[in-house]
Write a new protein. Structure first.
Length: 452
């Protein structure tokens, strides 16, 4: 391995840690919206493939841990993956155990990462010989994935009904672009539509403010006061495994292991399903909350890592919500990566293992230290000095720029249309996972399910 390339990998790890440490402390961000555009920019910048993978593994390791800190300290979810922990984290915070919560979350993240990386690499090698068979049925798998995610969600019928209409929207826009010559027929616009899905709920909320009646009807609140307990200053003095019991550790290992075999399912769904299942076995409320946040933190890391590692190494096509979502640029980022020529084809098994272990171990160690020592100070800085609106505005602007690069000015309005439709469906109960699967299933749906 070239020393210069190793140095680039180190810079990628450090860059991802610095960037996503601060982003992770900003409440209310979505993992996909902050991971996918930046990763896409890194890919399009022409960075070496192994450095791209190193950056992404470091980014998700850092972001998932840092997202949990605002949850423990101020009761605000850093991202979608930390939302299931809110109720349990608030319960512990009310009892003066916020510092303990952070310790449990951080230790859980280490467990999830330590389990997911070797198990995912093993499963990827087992599945690799069957990759051609899986690829042949990939379009159908996307359709079945959309149906399956609809059936395990809360609003089953609504999600199922939305599959064909939403597929028509995506494919209809593609045919429009081909028909008027905006993009050549061999190019399929996907990335910008994907980002339109991501910003959908935010876009609908912002556009709703332009409606005077709706705006006037919004509730008014006094300026919210957020207080950080002084007891949290002592968190750095705690020994890494001082606040996690053997039962919490063993349970986190088991659920992290199981989640790897279900990499094709929604990470949030698995986190809620397994996290609540193991927590409900505890009778004592404090033990229940502690078990929940520890196991959920482990699950958030395990599901994300397995969701990208297994499809990337074994298949080369995005066949999980994580691969279709935050990690999409690793599979499909024209003109650098396409579904026929991406990281799967460019890196050897040894390079995959090196990049994943290098990024996973280094990012976990550094992020763990930062979370333990500076969580309180960084949370206070972000809440006081960095406007939430500025972060969201930056990513919306970035997404509109990528939409223009994808298919010109008309695609900005196409992405707005996708955002409005998908954001409305999201608020009605059709989750991201279903919508992402429909985006990739759209060509098969319009070819096989639309009868003349």
């Amino acid at each position: 391995m070239d020393i210069g390339l190793l140095f680039q990998m180190l810079l990628a790890v450090i860059g991802a840690i610095v960037l996503y440490t601060f982003i992770g402390f900003v409440p209310g961000t979505d993992e996909t919206s902050v991971l996918m555009p930046v990763t896409l920019a890194v890919v399009l910048a022409g960075v070496q493939p192994i450095v791209v993978l190193t950056f992404f593994i470091s980014a998700i390791t850092t972001l998932n841990l840092m997202n949990a800190i605002p949850t423990a300290l101020v009761g605000l979810p850093g991202g979608v993956m930390s939302t299931p922990m809110i109720e349990h984290a608030l319960y512990l915070k009310e009892r003066g155990l916020a510092a303990t919560s952070i310790k449990k979350m951080a230790t859980g993240s280490i467990i999830g990462t330590a389990v997911a990386i070797p198990v995912s690499l093993l499963l990827a090698n087992i599945l690799a010989p069957f990759s051609d068979s899986v690829k042949a049925y990939a379009p159908l798998l996307f359709v079945f994935g959309a149906i399956f995610l609809s059936l395990i969600g809360k609003n089953k019928l609504l999600a199922l009904i939305s599959i064909i209409p939403l597929g028509l929207l995506f494919q209809g826009l593609r045919y429009l672009y081909w028909g008027i010559g905006v993009v050549p027929k061999e190019k399929t616009v996907t990335v910008s539509f994907f980002l339109g899905i991501t910003i959908g709920p935010l876009l609908v909320a912002l556009l709703g403010l332009l409606n005077k009646q709706q705006r006037d009807a919004l509730p008014r609140h006094e300026k919210k006061q957020i207080k950080l307990s002084k007891s949290d200053e002592h968190q750095a003095s705690l020994h890494p495994f001082q606040t996690i019991t053997k039962k919490e550790a063993s349970t986190s290992i088991i659920v992290s292991l199981l989640s790897n075999f279900l990499f094709f399912l929604s990470p949030v769904g698995l986190t809620i399903l397994f996290g609540e299942a193991v927590a409900n076995k505890e009778k004592d409320p404090v033990k229940k909350a502690s078990m929940a946040i520890t196991s959920m933190s482990a699950l958030s890391h395990a599901t994300y890592l397995s969701g990208v590692i297994i499809p990337l190494i074994a298949l080369g096509i995005p066949l999980s919500p994580v691969a279709v979502g935050p990690a999409n640029a690793l599979f499909n980022a024209p003109p650098v990566f396409t579904l026929e020529h991406n990281l799967h084809h460019l890196l050897s098994r040894g390079e995959f293992v090196l990049a994943i272990l290098f990024a996973g171990i280094l990012a976990s160690a550094i992020t763990y230290f930062i979370a333990m020592k500076y969580a309180r100070q960084m949370t206070a800085f972000v809440l006081k000095k960095i406007p939430h609106e500025a972060i969201l505005g930056l990513f919306i602007g970035f997404i509109l720029l990528l939409a223009y690069m994808d298919a010109g000015l008309i695609n900005i309005f196409g992405v707005l249309l996708v955002g409005i439709v998908c954001g409305t469906l999201n608020k009605m109960g059709v989750n991201y996972g279903v919508q992402f699967m429909i985006l990739y299933a759209a060509p098969w749906i319009t070819t096989h399910l639309i009868f003349k």
